[in-house]
Design a protein around this ligand. Sequence first.
Ligand code: SAM
Length: 163
Amino acid sequence: MDDRPDTRPEIEPYYWDLEGNWDDVPIINSKDKPDLIICDPPYFDKKADEYAKQSISGLSKTDYLKFLERFFLFLKKISKKKTRFVFINADWRDFQNCPADKEDPEQAVLLVDYYEIVKKTGWTLTHIIQAPLSSERFNAGVVAAMQKKKILGVVSRYVMILK
Ligand SMILES: C[S@@+](CC[C@H](N)C(=O)[O-])C[C@H]1O[C@@H](n2cnc3c(N)ncnc32)[C@H](O)[C@@H]1O
């Protein structure tokens, strides 16, 4: 989201505001429709402290899911028949602190919750690709802490391909 017009002019930062009407998004007036849309949103409130203040990771679970539903409908509006929509996501659970038998499903946002929204908004799933977390991210220290607290870890992201 850093604006770097000198080195990466093709990256145009844009903040999606849950309250906004999204009529001013540049692509709305474009004659060309995208071939590919890649969406890699925050996985609920994970890393909320690291992202900008307006990040959707600051939303409640209900608003976060509402935002995605509205966003996926918007993407349909700007897509053509052959557009492929790639959605990167991961199960959100408190997998760094919460022992497995104390996990509260009301708090979690799982792959199936994302899938329900993509389905409801009219996208059709063609592939799910598993993208395991790297050993930098899922290192021995993290694993040892999980063993100690009897945590069942989240070891992968998923890439859903939709049309
Ligand atoms: C999982 S990261 C994606 C990182 C990206 N794939 C990359 O390689 O830089 C999620 C990103 O979504 C951005 N984000 C969160 N809420 C947003 C919003 N309302 N509008 C635009 N971007 C948002 C965050 O700032 C963060 O950079």
